[in-house]
Design a binder for this molecule. Structure first.
Ligand code: ATR
Length: 261
């Protein structure tokens, strides 16, 4: 039987097994999807063992190994090279890595129909933030600003973009159309939250609980929940592994939502 898994340091909390095993059953695919929770000091040993297992056909990579995985692969595609992170690997004669986070995030905001001159603020500058920034720029969004507690640089070939400091965020918050939190907490204080108008769309990439501490701070705004990105990034992974686009049906949605209340 073909084996798939998600590897990360908190992989046991991931909803990826639920999503993929649901599709395997729905499409009568003889495969199983599990999680591999591994600490940094045993990642090397564990990933080598899993990659060389003849049953392994593919896997997902999550925090904090999306960059670390690259050296174990034979090739990665252009988008993952540009982002510097891989979240989906196909294992065959060669091990090939791709990044579907950027694409998944773009699809999660599709229904909001934001035009390209809208102002977008990203809080945090980790792996997920970089993928989202990359996707938004690739799609043609002009006004994307990244804030982080420590100064970081994002390669935006041929230029480099430096993150801004939170103490300079007030004016940006007043006019933001979309505010995306990619940190595990709420990095804004109460004064800053009050600057955000009702029309700003609020987005968090953490998917459990559905209403994160950050999202809970906004009761009048339109929201994009982290679970949408998780599902949207899983679709192209499945498509890479099996060659067709899986359907997200209502039973699946119900199963997922019952886990993130
Ligand atoms: P991911 O791959 O999911 O993006 P990550 O790479 O660990 O995860 O990134 C987490 C982001 O949250 C980083 O931008 C981090 O800020 P630093 O670059 O300064 O470390 C941010 N973050 C984490 N804890 C935070 C906190 N308590 N306050 C503000 N930002 C925080």
């Amino acid at each position: 039987m073909k084996e798939f898994f998600v590897i990360g340091n908190k992989a046991s909390n991931s909803l990826s097994p639920l999503i993929f095993n649901y599709w395997f059953k729905k499409y009568k695919i003889k495969a199983k999807y599990s999680f591999v929770e591994v600490k940094s000091n045993s990642f090397n040993k564990e990933i080598k063992k899993k990659i060389n297992n003849k049953n392994t056909a593919g896997f997902n990579v999550t925090i904090p190994y999306k960059t670390k995985i690259i050296k174990y692969l034979d090739s990665i595609n252009r988008h993952s090279k540009n982002i510097g992170a891989v979240n989906c690997v196909t294992v065959g004669k060669k091990k090939k890595g791709i990044n579907t986070d950027w694409f998944g995030y773009l699809n999660s905001i599709k229904s909001k129909k934001l035009n390209k001159n809208k102002k977008i603020i990203i809080l945090g500058c980790g792996g997920a933030s970089r993928a989202i920034f990359y996707g938004l720029k690739l799609k043609g969004y002009q006004k994307v600003y990244v804030f982080n507690r420590t100064k970081k640089a994002i390669k935006t070939s041929p230029r480099i973009l430096y993150t801004k400091e939170y103490r300079l965020i007030d004016d940006y918050l007043l006019t933001a159309d979309l505010l995306i939190n990619t940190t595990p907490i709420n990095p804004l204080n109460n004064k800053q939250i009050k600057l955000i108008g009702k029309k700003t769309i609020i987005s968090d990439i953490v998917y459990t609980p559905k209403e994160t501490v950050f999202l809970k701070s906004f009761d009048k705004n339109n929201k994009i929940y982290g679970i949408t990105m998780l599902i949207e990034q899983a679709i192209p992974c499945f498509q890479h592994w099996f060659g067709f686009k899986p359907i997200v049906d209502n039973i699946m949605i119900k199963k997922i939502y019952s886990k993130i209340l």
